[in-house]
Design a protein around this ligand. Structure first.
Ligand code: N01
Length: 557
């Protein structure tokens, strides 16, 4: 790329300490953000706390880790060459392959020179006089930038449970969201696994095959649908690739969750018992997350939802031989889908193995961890290793770890103390030129993340180009627009069954965290349209101010 004059007046190749944009995180969001901003000829620095690119897929290396969105769809769409050339091996690619893909993208688009690995952003503060951000990193350096983009991920702040005695445990303790990079071998070991969300449900069958004995400590039984994972044939890949333009269009514009699938044309109670059962059977046989798309009212109507929940509970009873264990594994305290539905390979059948025990810690709570055992109220379970599949401080956790100071000395943590407040999930009033990718208030975790990431990155890129082309210096969400958006996000959430579950969507998994439904549930297509309309109206709801002395503008490369 030629050295173009950028917003900061620095050339791309001659940057010392001032950048046009600092991007935090080099997962799928940060990498694509860098790629697009470079296309504008801007000077960009990406800081990544991990030792390599990949974000979620760099950290979540636990046994059985896969994406629950099919690989042909959980992939970038911005480069047709990339999507035509990359060969996914299985319907749901395993974590090492997704990480390899992330690395391939970093190399193919030559992203690495602008990514600084093993470096956390500790602090970012906005200088109101200069309209610049000052960013302090864990290597003790300070840089300035016109814009900061938080590409920090929604499920990247692994949460250790607060269980008495945990630090005294003598064996190894693993968190699924922070898994070691060297191979972990449970052969011959007695393993305890705490937590039965997606991570636990994926790892249980794999650990059970290796361990001498696996004891699963379950607080909440979860709904899970078989993945029906299988190798992808070259014919399947080709058929998909031939249809990519339509698949990607549909995922962006029509699918509520950014996943191409058949759309339901009726509600669950519109069919009689036999017809309904046949439809559920057919989706169960097909497998995967789109089970919830059998009918159009499963997330809205409790009676409709009950028909799907009863179907899955009956399947669990069919699979699990011990009736008492089956009963414990049948979810009974939340509507199906109101917690992120899980996708598994042989999860329920694993409880038929003689070396697997289920402990219901609702009736028999964990009291403490001893140096060699998990002690529940009723019994000590002696174990050699502990696996914590206890989840994340979702959506806000990674943002909150950075000390972000906006106007008038207010920090983002102060502003969000009672729950995150954003306009469109993209910006928060009082924090000019600070963008969040897939932030709270956007569809984010309710969607195929890559669809939502690409939409945000494209919108932010267009916005920065718009400002540059008009000599605009700062942009900020207006408080009334933000208040209206927060109210809308909340209102839409409460038309659904989602708030009925104590989920991480609600912040309910973190003691003391405000309980607010954080993502926007209006659907990715409707949301995209809203964002496009806002942009078309000159970024309605955002205040934009001109630079006192407009900078000379670089042409796009
Ligand atoms: O975390 P979770 P996760 N004592 O929060 C339990 C994505 N993901 O890592 O429900 C005992 O869902 C907790 O119990 P409860 C996906 O979006 C995707 O599994 O709070 N138990 C729960 O059972 C997913 O939704 C993929 O009562 C404790 C579990 O730990 C999200 O990440 C794979 C406890 C945590 O479940 C998070 O999934 C993996 C305690 N003190 C993850 N604290 C795929 O793409 C917590 N728990 C397939």
């Amino acid at each position: 790329m030629s050295a173009l004059q950028s917003i900061s007046g620095k050339s791309h190749s001659a940057v010392a300490e001032t950048y046009d944009v600092v991007v935090v995180g080099a997962g799928f969001a940060g990498m694509y953000m860098l790629h697009r901003l470079r296309g504008l000829g801007l000077a960009v620095r990406v800081y990544e706390q991990g030792g390599d690119v990949g974000g979620t897929w760099y950290w979540n290396r636990y046994p059985g880790a896969r994406c629950d969105v099919e690989s042909m769809q959980y992939s970038y769409s911005f480069s047709d060459e990339l999507q035509q050339e990359w060969d996914w091996s299985e319907r749901y690619a395993p974590q090492p392959e997704i990480l390899k893909y992330a690395n391939h993208v970093a190399d193919r688009f030559n992203l690495r020179p602008d990514i600084q690995l093993n470096t956390r952003v500790d602090r970012a503060s906005f200088d109101e006089t200069a309209n610049m951000w000052s960013v302090i990193t864990s290597d003790g350096k300070s840089v300035t930038a016109k814009y900061v983009v938080l590409a920090t991920g929604c499920l990247s702040n692994a949460r250790m449970p607060d269980i008495k005695g945990l630090s005294d445990f003598k064996g190894r303790v693993y968190h699924t969201g922070h898994w070691p990079h060297e191979p972990v071998d449970f052969t011959g070991q007695r393993v305890a696994l705490i937590g039965t969300g997606s991570s636990g449900i994926q790892s249980v069958p794999v650990i059970a095959e290796q361990a001498n004995h696996l004891t699963v400590f379950q607080r909440t039984a979860n709904f899970s649908i078989p993945a029906r994972n299988a190798p992808l044939t070259s014919e399947e890949r080709e058929a998909f690739r031939a249809k990519y333009p339509e698949i990607r269009r549909f995922a962006r514009e029509e699918a509520r969750n950014g996943i191409y699938t058949d759309m339901p044309d009726r509600g669950a109670l519109d069919d009689g018992d036999n017809e309904r059962r046949a439809r559920y059977e057919s989706r169960w046989a097909r497998g995967g997350l789109t089970f919830m798309s059998v009918y159009n009212n499963l997330a809205l109507d409790k009676a409709a939802n009950d028909t799907a929940a009863d179907f899955v509970r009956a399947k669990i009873a069919e699979i699990v031989k011990n009736p008492q264990t089956a009963k414990l594994l049948q979810p009974n305290n939340h509507p199906i889908g109101s917690k992120r539905i899980c996708v598994d390979t042989d999860y329920f059948a694993t409880f038929n193995r003689p070396n697997v025990t289920l402990v219901d810690i609702r009736s028999d709570p964990i009291e403490e961890i001893l140096p060699n055992a998990v002690r529940t109220r009723a019994k000590d379970y002696e174990v050699d290793a502990l696996v914590l599949a206890t989840g994340f401080d979702a959506m806000t956790g990674s943002v909150a770890k950075i000390d972000i100071g906006g106007r008038n000395g207010q920090t983002l943590n102060q502003k969000w103390a009672e729950g995150p407040k954003t306009y469109l999930g993209l910006m928060s009033a009082g924090f000019p030129n600070l963008f969040i990718i897939t932030g709270p208030g956007s569809p984010s975790v309710l969607s195929n993340m890559i669809v939502s990431i690409e939409q945000h990155v494209d919108w932010i890129t267009d916005c920065i180009a718009y400002m540059r082309d008009r000599g605009l210096d700062s942009m900020e969400a207006q408080k009334n627009a933000e208040d209206n958006w927060v109210a809308h996000v909340n209102e839409v959430a409460h038309t659904t069954l989602y708030p009925q579950a104590n989920s991480w969507y609600m912040g309910a998994n973190i003691p003391g965290k405000p309980q607010i439904f954080m993502p926007y549930i209006g659907g990715v297509g409707a949301y995209r349209q809203i964002c496009n309309n806002v942009a078309a109206k000159g970024y309605e709801g955002f205040a934009m101010t001109a630079a006192e002395q407009p900078q000379k503008i670089a042409a796009s490369s």
